[in-house]
Design a protein around this ligand. Structure first.
Ligand code: XMP
Length: 506
């Protein structure tokens, strides 16, 4: 196993995913973890992540330097290089030649880290303001950047790179990580499909003979979870689907259809009226989310109380939700969690069952498709937020606006599928703005709503780019929406990247 010491980088999870993709289990721990706790896990290697800090910042994430004496290979990345240099007595300083984005790296010394790389110079992705001026004693400089800064260094089995091998923009990034795994002599025995049997076994031990509930949203995590628990518990498991009235066209029917082969005892609760009632007059996005979350917990609990002897709540929690985030920016508080039925276990004294809590989403997808037999349409569905269409209607949510948005959204998705674009896009949606615009249809003037098409490409939803449509596709989609949806007479395309613009508008 490879342990990743998180120093607050947004890319820490990328490192873990890359390593798991190569068949080696990787886990993330915060930089505050003691050396004893690290050693107790017997890692084959340690990776020190990047982070948005200077080693000289007050409260900089400085882990215990004793990690370098554990006799385990270490790879420092970006801030990981700077902090390694700093803790081992080298010098780090701010530079006027900050390097952001693509930079050239040139090898100065051969190393096992460069194994299998056929070039001496290549492009890497940097993002740093500080540099290592003087490496600690005994270190050799393995490579420099085009500005002459130290781009990689090594002493024995301690390695560090100033750039980010975990991003796709860094050429040979995977090769470097693979070389590090070889240096660690890490066994490649992590295979989520094999792990599946263990997950089933553990879940069985946890829930045998008990009655449980779980929420189904129609998304991949909660569906895979329900099918898994259903296989283990049969009729003693009661998944609950709450129709909050904020779903897309035919969404509930689609969920019913795709789950039909699994013979789950899903309880469908129609609570649309209640949600719409509490959203009446509300325009503030946070307040919308708060009310929807509150209603959800309430409806869910009401339904759950109808089931006798419930003792556990199954949740599709994933690894990114449980990683103890570095408390620098309090990143965990930023996670938007709608289906946070966190209040329930305490109120109802339920045990929480989370079979996927050590898996990434791509690993759940693999299990869902190959082990549980979920249909590809469900496995590869674009994500849909818990608060549903409510956060895609700017301003007050009304039945009328919902109907307009549902219709436009259905056209968008239908066209994307028909044009073979759906799977090239990570998430596509329509936003119904609060604006109205003048138009003309036939001989009559119109004054109707303005809809926005948002379509993005992204791997992790932390950063995203807008999808580069062919003009003819965009034109056809916009024409259909304007012609077919009463209430929309103008369609615009959102060409904003995340950051700074989020994927949803609210
Ligand atoms: P943003 O808008 O933050 O979205 O760029 C990133 C991803 O998260 C989804 N999202 C949500 N999901 N509850 C959810 O369950 C929410 O309140 C929520 N807000 C955004 C969004 O659809 C995108 O996939």
């Amino acid at each position: 196993m490879i342990l990743i010491v998180d120093c607050g980088s947004q890319l820490t999870q990328n490192i873990a995913r890359r390593i798991r993709e190569m068949g080696v289990l990787s886990e993330i721990v915060p930089y505050t973890t003691s050396v004893e706790a690290i050693a107790a896990q017997h890692p084959d290697g340690i990776v020190l992540s990047g982070g948005p800090f200077s080693v000289y910042d007050q409260g900089a994430p400085l882990y215990d330097g004793a990690v370098f004496s554990l006799g385990v290979p270490v790879l420092g990345i970006c801030y990981g290089l700077q902090s390694m240099a700093y803790l081992l007595g080298g010098s780090v300083k701010a530079t006027d030649h900050r390097e952001y984005g693509e930079t050239k790296l040139r090898i100065e010394q051969d190393s096992r880290l460069w194994n299998g790389i056929p070039e001496r110079e290549w492009t890497v992705w940097m993002s740093h303001g500080d540099i290592v001026e003087q490496p600690p004693e005994g270190f050799v400089v393995l490579a420099r950047s085009q500005s002459g800064h130290i781009a990689a260094m090594q002493r024995g089995e301690l390695f560090a790179v100033q750039y980010h091998p975990e991003v796709d923009h860094s050429r040979y990034g995977r090769q470097i990580l693979k070389n590090f795994l070889e240096i660690c002599d890490a066994r490649r025995d992590w295979d989520v499909e094999k792990e599946f049997d263990r997950i089933v076994e553990r879940t069985r031990e946890q829930i045998q003979g008990k009655v449980g509930i779980g929420g189904i949203s129609g998304g991949i995590d909660s569906s895979a979870l329900s099918v898994l628990i259903g296989q283990v518990a049969g009729d003693a498991f009661h998944p609950i689907f709450v129709d909050n009235g904020l779903l897309r066209a035919n969404e509930m029917q689609q969920v019913q259809q795709s789950l039909a082969p699994f013979h789950l005892r899903v309880r469908y609760v129609d609570a649309a009226k209640r949600f719409l009632e509490s959203l009446r007059g509300v325009t503030d996005p946070d307040e919308k989310r708060r009310r929807i979350g509150h209603d959800f917990v309430h409806v869910f609990e009401e339904e759950a109380r109808k089931i006798p002897e419930v003792s556990y709540l199954a949740q599709g929690t994933l690894y990114p939700d449980v990683i103890e985030s570095v408390p620098l920016f309090g990143t965990s508080s930023k996670i938007k969690r709608h289906h946070n039925v966190g209040g329930l276990p305490e109120v109802m004294k339920l045990e929480v069952v989370e079979p996927f809590r050590h898996l990434f989403k791509d690993e759940v997808r693999a299990i869902a498709e190959k082990k549980l037999g979920l249909p590809a349409t469900l496995v590869w569905r674009h994500p849909f937020p818990g608060p549903g269409l409510a956060v895609r209607i700017i301003g007050e949510v009304t039945e009328e606006k919902l109907a307009i948005l549902r219709h436009a959204d259905a056209i968008l998705i239908e066209e994307l599928r028909a044009r073979g674009l759906y799977h090239q896009i990570a998430q596509a949606l329509i936003v119904l703005t609060n604006a109205h615009s003048v138009g003309v249809m036939g001989d009559a003037g119109t004054y109707e709503g303005v809809a926005v098409i948002r379509a993005v490409t992204t791997n992790d939803f932390m950063t995203a780019d807008w999808f580069d449509f062919e003009g003819r596709d965009l034109r056809a989609i916009a024409n259909r929406i304007i012609n077919e949806v009463r209430g929309i007479n103008r369609v615009v395309y959102d060409v904003s990247q995340k950051p700074p613009s989020t994927i949803e508008w609210e």
